[in-house]
Ligand binder design. Structure first.
Ligand SMILES: [Zn+2]
Length: 226
């Protein structure tokens, strides 16, 4: 299901302009290195089962990232340029990878469509695949799943050199800058309440001590984006 959603996004060049992985090899290498730090934390359950493939979508007005079931990660240039340091991006990736690792979308879809529809899908109903892929992209998570993904982000980052509450940086900057349009991130990832606080609480509870933000490396990566 995740793969067919990913294939559909990749083919929809009108809505998703994916950055060429050769032309923008350095930006891709940078994000893959962050992904590898998360995977090598030893905390990702489906580390070896999912591909955890990354695609960058060129659209500066979209503050969002998402991950399909089965671990196909998409990051918009809008959120890359909004963030300021590597620990913040690691936090956002950790959150998205957390949703996939907990199989949140799959569970939500089962609730929405029922298990029989998903079984028909696996059996190869093509019209259904298209329909379901569409609703997967705009799927809204529950507040409970949001909290789980935030906590997963801290758990994944804790053994890495990053500030493990990096994911809070996105929300701190939102509060500071008050963008006029609601970021897409918030429409598909509802606020579970006291999100910033909860990142720092989880960090303290797990005793995570590392604080590196790799801000300079991040700013350098941004200059390679179109
Ligand atoms: Zn989320």
């Amino acid at each position: 299901m995740g793969l067919s959603t990913a294939l559909q996004i990749d083919a929809d060049t009108k809505n998703y302009q994916i950055l060429d992985s050769v032309k923008y090899a350095s930006a891709y290498a940078y994000i893959y290195a962050i992904r590898n730090n998360i995977l090598n934390s030893g905390k990702v359950y489906y580390k070896n089962e999912f591909p955890w493939r990354v695609r960058i979508i060129k659209n500066d007005s979209v503050l969002n990232a998402f991950c399909t079931p089965g671990g196909y990660i998409y990051v918009f240039t809008g959120i890359l340029k909004f963030l300021e340091s590597e620990d913040q991006l690691a936090g956002v990736l950790g959150h998205e990878m957390g949703h996939a690792d907990y199989r949140h979308s799959t569970r939500q879809m089962t609730k929405m469509y029922g298990i029989q529809v998903l079984l028909d899908l696996v059996a190869g109903d093509r019209a259904l695949v298209k329909d379901i892929s569409k609703s997967l992209i705009g799927l809204t998570f529950s507040r409970n799943h949001e909290k789980e993904a935030d906590d997963a982000s801290v758990r994944f980052l804790c053994p890495t050199p990053y500030n493990s509450a990096g994911g809070a940086g996105f929300f701190e900057k939102l509060i500071k800058e008050k963008p006029t349009k609601t970021p897409v991130f918030l429409s598909t990832h509802p606020d579970p309440g006291n999100r910033i606080e909860s990142y720092y609480e989880k960090k303290a509870a797990l005793g995570c001590r590392n604080e590196t933000d790799f801000k300079e490396a991040y700013q350098k990566m941004l200059t390679s984006l179109p």
